[in-house]
Design a protein around this ligand. Structure first.
Ligand SMILES: [Zn+2]
Length: 332
């Protein structure tokens, strides 16, 4: 844990703690030791022979702490207590939402316990998983045009959440980071939300809409309606004329700049996104493997797959640039 209690019961961050002073576990009240490791940043731990009353596995990973560092001390590692006087700690707490950041999966039992505990106390629960490696290893594939994806080996712990009799499924939502270094650069699209998802078989099929960035995630995670697993009928437009009038769209051919390394274009009419790479062999190959819609050669002419041109209408004046990286940008 990153926080403990001082002798006069004040919450203190490990970075502000001093070796030799006494600190106490906010859950069980036993004394804890300040650790300043090489691998893990400063944190508190129970002594070897001290058993905490709480047996949850709190994520101490760099992934979790980088994310948690974006929040105020007063929102982090909050001890919650239920009517049976059982205490557990929530990663980040706001008025109505508990945000849990997870580097690796939990046992099904603990995942269930955590959701139950927070939901029984009236919170919505938002999970943010680290699926960067899974995405790199192609366990997760995304179809950018359709906004749909497949997770071939989903966390087993999620099974319960997807069962029909799960009592809290409407209060729990799932997000995943799939690209690295999002915390450093909050504007890069890197996070997907598992919207309508089906995990009744071996794999999980889901829709994710579009890839959002960390800023957007921080903006929406607690206000977004938690409706991920409720199957809903598609809403039929009752009046065709309500469709937004397109005023500023241009064709992708017009919008593409030769110094782009990669860019995402959004169709104003359909909301669909197309991600296009330049012609570095590697990215072009990736773009094809991952079923992105096309790529552009940098030697002065453009190559779009038939699909982009015909199905998605790259040449129609309906597009805007949603996001891009130029060759000068250090990383993406
Ligand atoms: Zn303890």
């Amino acid at each position: 844990m990153i926080y403990s209690l001082t002798e006069d019961k004040h919450k203190i961050h490990a970075r502000n703690a001093r070796r030799g002073d006494k600190y106490y576990c906010p859950l069980c009240g036993n004394s804890v030791i300040l650790r300043n490791g090489v691998i893990k940043s400063a944190h508190f731990a129970h002594g070897k022979h001290v058993q905490c009353t709480d047996d949850w596995n709190y994520d101490q990973s760099e992934f979790a702490s980088e994310w948690q560092n974006l929040f105020d001390d007063s929102q982090r590692e909050i001890v919650l207590e239920n009517k049976d006087r059982i205490k557990h700690m929530a990663g980040v707490v706001s008025e109505k939402t508990v945000l849990e950041i997870l580097n690796e999966d939990l046992t099904m039992k603990e995942f269930d316990e955590r959701n139950r505990f927070f939901c029984d106390l009236g919170y919505n629960v938002v999970w943010l998983f680290n699926l960067v490696t899974q995405y790199e290893d192609e366990m997760i594939s995304l179809d950018g045009a359709e906004g749909k994806g497949k997770w071939s080996k989903p966390y087993k712990m999620l099974k319960k959440l997807f069962s029909d009799d799960c009592p809290y499924k409407d209060s729990v939502s799932l997000f995943a980071q799939i690209f690295e270094e999002v915390v450093d650069s909050k504007v890069q699209p890197a996070i997907i939300k598992f919207q309508e998802a089906d995990y009744s078989g071996e794999e999980m099929l889901f829709s994710y809409g579009r890839i959002i960035n960390a800023e957007k995630f921080l903006d929406i995670y607690e206000t977004d309606e938690p409706v991920r697993y409720t199957k809903t009928e598609p809403v039929k437009a009752d009046n065709e004329e309500k469709k937004p009038v397109i005023q500023e769209g241009k064709s992708i051919l017009t919008l593409w700049k030769m110094n782009y390394r990669v860019a995402i274009f959004r169709n104003l009419k359909t909301g669909k996104c197309v991600k296009i790479f330049d012609d570095q062999a590697e990215t072009a190959l990736k773009s094809l493997q991952r079923k992105w819609m096309g790529y552009i050669r940098s030697e002065g002419y453009r190559v779009f797959s038939k699909k982009v041109m015909e199905v998605y209408g790259a040449d129609k004046p309906e597009w805007i640039v949603d996001w891009f990286v130029t060759h000068q940008d250090a990383k993406y």
